[in-house]
Design a binder for this molecule. Sequence first.
Ligand SMILES: C[S@@+](CC[C@H](N)C(=O)[O-])C[C@H]1O[C@@H](n2cnc3c(N)ncnc32)[C@H](O)[C@@H]1O
Length: 225
Amino acid sequence: MNARDWRDRRRGWSASPVAEGYDQRRFASVLGRRKHRNDVARLLDTLAHHLPSPGRGPGGLILDLPCGTGRLGAELMAAGYRVVGADLAPVMLSQAAASAASPMHLLCAEAEHLPLPAAAVDVVISLRFLIHIQDPAVRREILAEMARVTRHLVIGQIRDPHSLKHRGRSLRRALGCAAQLREPSPTHTQLEAELRDAGLELLSRVPISRVFSDKSLFVARPLSS
Ligand SMILES: C[S@@+](CC[C@H](N)C(=O)[O-])C[C@H]1O[C@@H](n2cnc3c(N)ncnc32)[C@H](O)[C@@H]1O
């Protein structure tokens, strides 16, 4: 996706029909529900494993960036966390406000400039976002903002170069078949370097599902912590 596609995609998310149908299109089918359940299970395991105890479990404060329709925030609140959701699209935020069983704090904000003080939250989670950003300078700016506002962790999502899906696409491309290689799919070393540049230390990479997904989570902590 080039810079123009990214701008179009950003505008698309701010359009009302896209926001209203977002969960229905992605997470209502059997496969979609499985994807959502996998995302939530990996996130909760990762939080339980990596978040130091003062921020873990009930009371821990999570920034869900961007929160989209709030599908993750609702599950995290059900697990006892406090959640602030931030997104640049007011229509996505309206969906989030309408769908959460208990009220989630919501912020209309750009990930590049968060209206939050340093170390304001215990953890920033960010799913289905960085994978869309091709420009390393924009990714760096956003990661540095995440590093600034978190006390303990940033849990983000990137494409996994070791996943079956990614390997299948690479093979089809090598054989001359049409196959879109979804970038960025950074290697461990590339990811480590990119995070370090933004003030973060890579702790771990957690595949969502090596068979069914080409995405993995990364877990990082601020270098200053
Ligand atoms: C694919 S959705 C993912 C939402 C959510 N994280 C999830 O997993 O369901 C991407 C979201 O990013 C938001 N977005 C795009 N660019 C953004 C930016 N620069 N700052 C804040 N939100 C942004 C869009 O409005 C959209 O809601």
